[in-house]
Design a protein around this ligand. Structure first.
Ligand code: C2E
Ligand code: CA
Ligand code: CA
Length: 778
């Protein structure tokens, strides 16, 4: 966790390193400080040694000088001399020579004094006989208390070691032997020990040194030795003597690389008399051990620093590696995750590409793929299979009436039902819109029929969608492998063809494909092309069938009925192409054509003064689908200036009942234009009375089928009667069509229907003939 984050990791390492560095610095400083102390101690010791050496030399010298004095004090010739007070025959010169040759005492002077302090002999001069008791306190002291006296003193020549030894003859004090020695040899000996020594005598003695032997002074200080190293003399001169006099233990002169020490000698009265400035070359002081020690410690510190730093970085590296590994793992995890997500996504995409989003059924693409696979398999295994092509009957109406949302829900309900009817291994697909396909593998004809029947049966139950009870049915076309096609395209196309046949056969049924269906399908394609051509070539013609008031025998109206003057097939009646045109949508163009031509024609006649009565046009189901579809009609009326008072539209009852609510809307609109509306083929469409009351219609047209058998069938007669009374009750006009005989006319008149249309009065007539008819019957 500590090294979880790379930044923390690095930071800790750096802080660790900094601490180490600080530790190293402190260690270094401490070591340096210790070295300093050690060096000071070393200097102190060295200075002390220097002093000690000097003291030993001085003491040795003093002792030597004293010994000389003591030995001389025993000399009998000396006693004789004192007794005689004469210095003749004294063999001291010989004595000094022996001393010089055999001892280190090179410069030694002797003086013999008598017990009164009178100088009897002096080795350095012939001048004797003077009494020294006044001039010299030590001599006076000696005479009073004749005891060995050792001292340092400064006279007029020099500073010297002095010993006075009393001479006794028996127990009688007879004289004194005084020996004097200089300090030169000490300086020399110090030199031998590598110590430079400068001996100076305090300035207080300057006066006394009237005939100073060395004749050398630094400031007021007399230089008591000539042998002193000239460099040392120079340094002392430059720094002034006094700066050396307060050296307590030692003094370091780094510039000259010298260690100084000071030794003082006092006179008999305890006053500082002489100063020994001792110097040692710093380089000659052995401090190697200290430096080595220091170096060892520093190396140790450095080594420690390096080791711990290395360790720290090792830790860091390990953890960094760990971190990298963790990151790598995380990344790998992420990649894995993403890959998985991508897989799922591509899986989803694949699913989307192959499925219909509404029903989640395989789509055309996937169905086609499965069909091809199934064909291969069937071929291999010698199996039979079937493709069902299902088309919902009247789905478009539901969609248009209740909205797409309801339509979609219905499709979902239908899907569930289809799934209930097939086996698990069968594939149901939605090709689009209200078209479904089912692939039944390894199946017998009997089972195909069974499944198809199941589908038709299950669809008889109402579908509950958004609290609506909707009734839908399927038209099913079936093609079988291998007899109806050996590849997917053909199988699918043939099942489609069979489905059309099912539609033609009244919907809500299934049809197996047979070869003739293809012919029919081809015919349909040809017919469609033909109709288009007919429209272009104006092969359609309006026939008019008069509607007669049977009481007055006057023409009250004309029904326009379409005829097709086919260039090769001759006259074709509407039943042979109108239903087909409705199915394929060409009816819109046909009706527009009819509207334009008939309105123009009738308008012409009327303009000519021909009484036409009301013109009736047959309105196709398509035109009932929306208010928009009547636009063409309105425009034509406007264009021609046709008085809508003379216009009536016939709408079949079944067309209205397919979707009464919507039909009412459209009819309301038509009505608002001043156009009359007649319900055609009334009695066949199972109109519900409740709707009938709502319908904005003006008249009911009794269907020909009732009229035909009216005279023979009591039942039909009753129906006609009911329709007539219904119209009466609803305050609607009533008209009978297909009236062919006088009896029928009479019967209808008797029942209260006076408007008659039928062959009895006139067949539908071409325009010119109709015009003539009209003129005739005016
Ligand atoms: P419909 O509207 O019921 O027209 C009456 C049909 O009965 C006409 O057939 C007419 O010729 C026939 N008819 C009239 N009187 C008699 C009779 O006394 N005996 C017999 N046996 N038949 C009689 P048609 O002209 O063949 O028209 C058939 C149907 O085609 C019409 O039935 C109508 O629904 C439709 N139709 C005709 N012309 C058009 C048109 O211009 N547009 C549309 N949308 N449909 C049309
Ligand atoms: Ca009609
Ligand atoms: Ca009719």
């Amino acid at each position: 966790m500590l090294f979880y984050n790379i930044r923390i990791n690095m930071r800790i390492t750096l802080i660790g390193f900094l601490f180490l560095f600080l530790y190293f610095c402190m260690g270094y400083i401490y070591t340096q400080h210790n070295v300093e102390i050690l060096m000071q101690n070393r200097y102190k010791v060295t200075a002390l040694n220097m002093k000690r050496e000097l003291m030993t030399l001085i003491k040795d010298k003093q002792e030597a000088v004293l010994l000389v004095g003591i030995s001389l004090a025993q000399n009998p010739s000396l006693k004789t001399l004192l007794r005689n007070k004469k210095s003749d025959n004294l063999e001291l010169n010989h004595y000094s020579k022996i001393l010089q040759e055999n001892t280190s005492l090179k410069n030694i002077w002797l003086q013999i004094l008598d017990n009164q302090g009178k100088s009897i002999y002096r080795s350095w001069t012939d001048k004797t006989g003077d009494i020294l008791t006044d001039a010299r306190a030590d001599v006076k002291k000696m005479i009073e208390h004749p005891e060995i006296l050792s001292s340092i003193s400064t006279g007029k020549y020099d500073m010297t070691f002095k010993t006075m030894v009393p001479i006794y003859e028996g127990s009688k004090f007879v004289g004194i032997v005084e020996t004097l020695a200089k300090f030169d040899s000490i300086v020399q000996k110090m030199q031998e020990s590598n110590y430079k020594t400068l001996i100076v005598v305090d300035g207080a003695y300057k006066k006394q040194l009237s005939q100073a032997y060395t004749n050398s002074f630094i400031e007021d200080f007399y230089v008591a030795s000539l042998q002193t190293d000239s460099k040392l003399v120079k340094i002392v001169q430059e720094n002034s003597v006094s700066s050396f006099l307060n050296i307590d233990s030692y003094k370091v002169d780094v510039n000259n690389s010298l260690l100084f020490s000071l030794y003082k000698l006092s006179d008999i009265n305890g006053q500082d008399m002489s100063y020994f400035i001792i110097a040692q070359d710093l380089n000659k002081i052995n401090i190697e051990d200290i430096i080595q020690n220091r170096n060892r410690i520093i190396i140790g510190l450095l080594f420690g620093l390096a080791v711990i730093t290395g360790f720290l970085f090792y830790l860091y590296a390990i953890n960094y590696k760990k971190f990298i590994e963790e990151q790598k793992e995380k990344l790998e995890e992420q990649v894995e995750h993403k890959t998985q997500a991508l897989k799922v996504q591509s899986e989803e995409l694949r699913h989307i590409a192959h499925h219909d989003s509404l029903t989640n059924l395989p789509n055309r693409l996937l169905f086609f793929d499965r069909l091809e696979q199934a064909i291969k398999h069937a071929k291999r295994e010698n199996e039979k299979m079937a493709v069902l092509f299902l088309d919902l009957d009247r789905f478009k109406e539901i969609n248009d009436t209740y909205g797409h949302e309801t339509g979609d829900k219905l499709l979902q309900v239908v899907t569930t039902r289809l799934q209930e009817c097939v086996r698990e291994e069968d594939t149901i697909a939605r090709l689009g819109g209200d078209e479904f396909t089912i692939l039944l593998q390894n199946i017998s004809n009997e089972n195909v029929i069974k499944i198809s029947n199941n589908i038709l049966t299950i669809m008889q139950k109402p579908c509950i969608v958004k609290n609506l009870e909707l009734f839908v049915s399927f038209s099913i076309g079936i093609s079988c492998y291998p007899q109806d096609g050996e590849n997917a395209n053909i199988l699918l196309r043939n099942s489609d063809t069979a489905m059309y046949r099912a539609k033609e056969r009244g919907k809500n049924n299934y049809q197996f494909y047979n070869v003739s269906m293809t012919d029919i399908a081809m015919e349909r394609v040809a017919l469609q092309k033909d109709i288009r051509q007919a429209l272009e070539r104006k092969e359609f013609e309006a026939y008019y069938q008069p509607k007669i008031d049977a009481q007055t025998l006057k023409v009250v109206g004309l029904e326009a009925l379409i005829r097709w003057n086919h260039p090769t097939k001759g006259l074709i009646y509407p039943n042979d192409f109108i239903p087909f045109a409705e199915e394929v949508g060409l009816i819109i163009d046909i009706d527009a054509y009819m509207m334009r031509n008939t309105l123009r024609e009738i308008q012409e006649w009327r303009d000519e003064g021909v009484e036409t009565g009301r013109l009736s046009l047959n309105l196709s189901a398509r035109q009932l689908e929306s208010e928009e579809s009547t636009k063409e009609l309105e425009e034509t009326i406007e264009e021609i200036g046709f008085n809508t008072k003379y216009l009536e539209l016939e709408v079949t009852e079944s067309h209205i009942m397919r979707n009464p609510i919507r039909a009412i809307k459209v009819l309301d609109h038509i009505k608002s234009l001043g156009i009359q509306i007649s319900v055609d083929d009334f009695g066949t469409g199972y109109s519900s009375l409740s709707y009938l009351k709502e319908l904005p219609v003006d008249s009911l047209k009794i269907d020909r089928s009732f009229v035909v058998d009216m005279m023979q069938s009591e039942e039909d007669r009753a129906i006609v009667k009911i329709i007539i009374s219904l119209a009466e009750n609803l305050k609607l006009d009533v008209i009978a069509e297909g009236v062919e005989s006088k009896e029928q006319v009479d019967c209808l008149l008797k029942q209260g229907c006076k408007i008659i249309q039928g062959y009895y009065f006139s067949k539908p007539l071409p325009a010119e003939k109709c015009k003539a008819y009209l003129l005739e019957h005016q």
